[in-house]
Design a protein around this ligand. Sequence first.
Ligand code: PLP
Length: 400
Amino acid sequence: MTELTNKSFQTRAVHAGERVPPADFRPVTTPIWNTVGYLYESMDDLDAVFDHRKPGQVYLRYSNPTVEAFENAVSSLENAEAAQAYGSGMAAIHAALLGAGAKAGTSVVAALDVYGATFTLLNKLFTNMGVNIRMVDVTNHDEVETAIKETGAGILYLESISNPLLKVADIPALAKLAHNHNASLLVDNTFASPYLLNPIEHGADYVIHSATKYLSGHGDVLAGVVAASTENKNKLFELNKLVGSVLGPFEAWLALRGLKTLPLRMKQQCDNALQVAEWLTSHPRIKKVHYPGLKDHRQHALANQLLNGKGFGGVLSFEIDGANKDKVFRFMEALSICLPATTLGDIYSLVMHPMTSSHRGLTAEERARIGIPDGLVRLSTGIESADDILTDLETALKKI
Ligand SMILES: Cc1ncc(COP(=O)(O)O)c(C=O)c1O
């Protein structure tokens, strides 16, 4: 503590009560370390921390104890060596692509039906940077291999369960294929969450999460994280020291708190999603339901094999027969439990219209190529009772 005897009121207002040395107790929960800088006994100590000769903290853009607690928790749940946190899922995706070597003159092969902003990030920002982008159907391994061979891509990018069509990627086979051609496999594992799948165990090199979704789970924080080997994490760390796309301590604290109930939430969300998907399948107003837990889903057998048997995720999408944008809007307005908010993975059930939300940045032709019709609705089931969700959907479908 700074010595304040005989100091003026003005100086005490600035320094009084601050910088109490660590005491002989530990808080049960990780505190929010809201500080930008740190003090050491000597400048030599600070110098050693800068040099990684001594553990410690230097500056909030480099690292922070609350953020590190969140990173360590994610790396444990993903069975990874390490993790690097970001201020958003998009920042995490951008960083993982740079970390894996995307730069002018290189090529990336990516799944066609990735999250809309990821599609735009690849096809606008990275394309403008001089990166050659090839979008493919990652369920067609011949198409993936041809694309990697033709472009000499160093990166294969995909989502473990895709948004919004819920295609399941065969990660072990695709990891092998990518590595055979010296490419890294980057997997956005947001939809599955580490509760259902650990892509690193199947050969993925970088595992990305929009921690805004299932990891945090309560719709109150924007966050991203990349789990990887220590070597790759160090690359991401050095990059982020320059770019500064950091997660704040308060957001890290919220995300860490959310993580604790991930298995409880996911269990209920997966159970609810399966019930809703089965119910919608036999509904006369519904043309098509996309959910890997349904027996007629194209990758149902793969999902059974790849996901760890605890469920098939909390997201499904369905097409209202003959519905245009207007009809979907009226349907969404008629819901009262399922909230029309543009996110997913929360304790609340949430509906979203891909055409006008997640895939808004795409042209009609691009959406048609991916297979996103105007009448498609995405539903992320919350932890409410399944009966109340079904009643809500039935009431709204009757109104249109
Ligand atoms: C699969 C997936 N990845 C990444 C993102 C981007 O995450 P964020 O909104 O935290 O930047 C989203 C957002 O919806 C998503 O659905």
